[in-house]
Design a protein around this ligand. Structure first.
Ligand code: ADP
Ligand code: MN
Ligand code: MN
Ligand code: MN
Ligand code: MN
Length: 360
């Protein structure tokens, strides 16, 4: 399925070099979010194994090349906020999630983590858990869904969701590699499944408390892109990669507080529904670009402009799982976010809507 002009990693030759001694030094892959909701990274050699985030130096990059700073004042600082074992380089090497900061000591315009972390901090007594269902689509190097017949379409949707077998699932090897890599890195990946549209997949991260969800989800996305390089496949988080009768791609966001998980928690879930109802449009603004193409009211989505919620209803903005309604406690699923939404902004606004803004 891979066309001639695509470069696929020469994994066999590379393996020889990956085994070479590092002479006590460690590679840290610094990862940050750029000016267009994309990921960037660069490698730092450290003289010794970092035992915590505090051992990782602040660094910088050219923000004028990432849409994050003007050319005449281009330095943007990257501050490590979370560290994970590196499933690609192995050994003591690490992946490092970073926040972006401007030279004047304020968060970069695209540093959405900063405010989200403050909201999580201010409400830590609620032990807020998030579990996100990250859907995505795999494309061949030609930009067409991976495995789809050239100049044509696969058979209509139906057999693909949680499917098995050739012509039902596409590129499972990449999906398997990603799941294992996330586990190695300590990402709390809770599952994987093939989705409704062929070449569309999902994995879930969580439940994770507070800001950890955003950190882990961004690193899991980075790993997906990084591993896809080795397979010569393109990962897209576009909300509606194929027009017509093909499912869009979402980022269902499952949420609970300590109070919701306790007996009688349903009244706290209902209170949250009232709050969410009042801020529907504010939420939609940060729930992903191009989401209007996905949220047509068809294909298991709700209306773009009106909030609704219901038990076991996959056509409403928020679904209360049947089991939770039965037990009278648990969590809710916000089905509105698109696959390309920023988990920091999504989890941030949910907390803000439930518990109020934090003062600067
Ligand atoms: P769906 O039926 O919508 O496809 P999934 O099984 O794909 O559901 O995803 C459910 C998600 O909900 C998982 O990521 C899981 O971690 C998360 N989750 C489960 N319980 C809770 C909870 N109490 N609070 C927050 N998230 C939760
Ligand atoms: Mn340079
Ligand atoms: Mn799911
Ligand atoms: Mn799904
Ligand atoms: Mn879901």
């Amino acid at each position: 399925m891979v066309s001639d002009n695509v470069y696929v990693s020469n994994t066999t030759t590379l393996a020889k070099y990956m085994k070479l001694e590092q002479k006590g030094k460690v590679l840290a892959e610094y990862i940050w979010i750029d000016g267009s909701n994309g990921l960037r990274n660069k490698t730092k050699t450290l003289n010794k194994k970092p035992s915590s985030i505090d051992d990782l130096p602040e660094w910088n990059f050219d923000g004028s090349s990432t849409g994050q700073a003007p050319g005449d004042n281009s330095d943007v600082y990257i501050r490590p906020v979370a560290m994970y074992p590196d499933p690609i380089r192995l050994g003591d090497n690490v992946l490092v999630m970073c926040e972006t900061w401007d030279p004047d000591g304020t968060p970069n315009k695209y540093n959405y983590r900063h405010d989200a972390a403050r909201l999580m901090d201010a409400n830590s007594q609620h032990d807020i858990w998030f579990g996100l269902e990250q859907e995505y689509t795999l494309l061949g190097p030609d930009g067409y869904p991976y495995g789809w017949p050239k100049n044509g379409f696969p058979a209509p949707q139906g057999p693909y969701y949680c499917g098995v077998g050739t012509n039902r699932v596409f590129c499972r090897d990449l999906v398997e590699a990603h799941h294992k890599a996330c586990m190695y890195a300590g990402i709390e990946i809770s599952g994987t499944n093939a989705e409704v549209m062929p070449a569309q997949w999902e994995y879930q991260v969580g439940p994770c408390e507070g800001i950890n969800l955003g950190d882990q989800l961004w690193v899991s996305r980075w790993l997906l892109h990084r591993i896809a390089e080795e397979f010569g496949v393109v990962v897209t988080f576009q909300p509606k990669p194929m027009p017509g009768d093909w499912n869009g791609t979402g980022l269902h966001t499952n949420v609970s507080t300590k109070e919701m998980r306790e007996d009688g928690g349903m009244k706290h879930i209902e209170a949250a529904m009232n709050k969410l109802d009042g801020r529907h449009l504010d939420h939609m603004k940060v729930y992903g670009e191009g989401n209007e193409q996905r949220m047509t009211g068809a294909h298991e989505t709700s209306s773009m402009d009106k909030f609704s919620w219901g038990v076991a209803n996959r056509g409403s903005s928020v679904r209360i799982p049947r089991q939770c309604a039965k037990e009278g406690k648990g969590y809710f699923e916000d089905r509105r976010p698109a696959s390309n939404g920023d988990p920091y902004q999504i989890t941030g606004i949910i907390v803000e809507t439930m518990f109020g803004a934090v003062t600067p």
